[in-house]
Write a protein that binds this ligand. Structure first.
Ligand SMILES: [Zn+2]
Length: 258
């Protein structure tokens, strides 16, 4: 039995954010355009998201591979998505939606051997294609083993698509070539899991892109698309520690979004 409540029907979900890490940082790393506040502390949180209907267990992003050797410092804590799931009695997921293929979203896909894995064709094509191989500043953002796993198993989607009743994916680009965001139907209205199309609430609130991006125009398209899809409902950013304060805690490192 899971400690987490499920949505009331096959097309309405309970949505959770699972925080598997937190790291020190400064504003200049997170907001494009160096300014007077660039050196101020600005921690970053690492999440995966879980949507539970009466009969489905859908994970959005798989976090960092627990065994990954990363060139990153300042970790305040780091656990893994599989460990968080089993802490609440969830030992498998039926679908894994990947918003994009950066190491902190598509790591350890092999931990979910039975899951249907959904990613955009554009995202896989970009990371396995000739451009990504030449862009050194992007090389550290993806893990070759993860890419191989995804290439071998993933269902590649194009365009807006209902992945399961009440849960759809929407390509937006911007942050990465094939970035997609997820809209989930809940009792409280739509929840949009923006992932890294908006790393922090502040990106959306001030219309300011983050520093890691594929195209600037795409970032703005993604902001607009998230707002449109949410239709006044909740938008959940990809890396904001504030998510832990805005929603009620239901287990260690887990909050309920809706
Ligand atoms: Zn990320």
């Amino acid at each position: 039995m899971s400690a987490l409540v499920r949505g009331p029907s096959g097309d309405r979900y309970a949505v959770y954010a699972l925080q598997y890490g937190r790291r020190a940082g400064v504003r200049g790393e997170h907001f494009l355009g160096w300014d007077a506040t660039a050196a101020e502390p600005h921690p970053t949180a690492y999440y995966a998201w879980l949507a539970l209907s009466a009969d489905r267990t859908i994970l959005v992003d798989s976090g960092i591979d627990p065994d990954a050797d990363l060139p990153l410092s300042g970790w305040e804590f780091r656990t893994s998505v599989p460990a968080l799931l089993s802490s609440v009695g969830i030992d498998g997921v039926d679908t894994l939606v990947l918003t994009h293929l950066h190491y902190d979203h598509a790591g350890g896909v092999r931990s979910f051997p039975d899951a249907r894995v959904v990613v955009t064709a554009a995202e896989l094509e970009y990371w396995t294609g000739p451009a990504a191989a030449r862009i050194t500043r992007e090389a550290w953002l993806v893990d070759k083993a993860d890419l191989d796993d995804v290439a071998a198993r993933a269902e590649l989607v194009e365009g807006d698509r209902e992945i399961a009743p009440g849960l759809s994916v929407h390509p937006v680009g911007g942050h990465t070539a094939g970035m997609q965001i997820v809209r989930v139907n809940t009792d409280a209205g739509p929840v949009v899991l923006a992932s890294d199309s908006s790393h922090f609430y502040e990106n959306l609130d001030t219309d300011r892109p983050g520093t890691i991006l594929h195209t600037m125009a795409g970032v703005y398209t993604a902001f607009d698309r998230a707002r449109w899809l949410a239709d006044g409902g909740v938008i959940v950013p990809g890396h904001d520690p504030e998510v832990r304060n805005r929603f009620p805690s239901v287990a260690e490192h887990i909050v309920r979004i809706a």
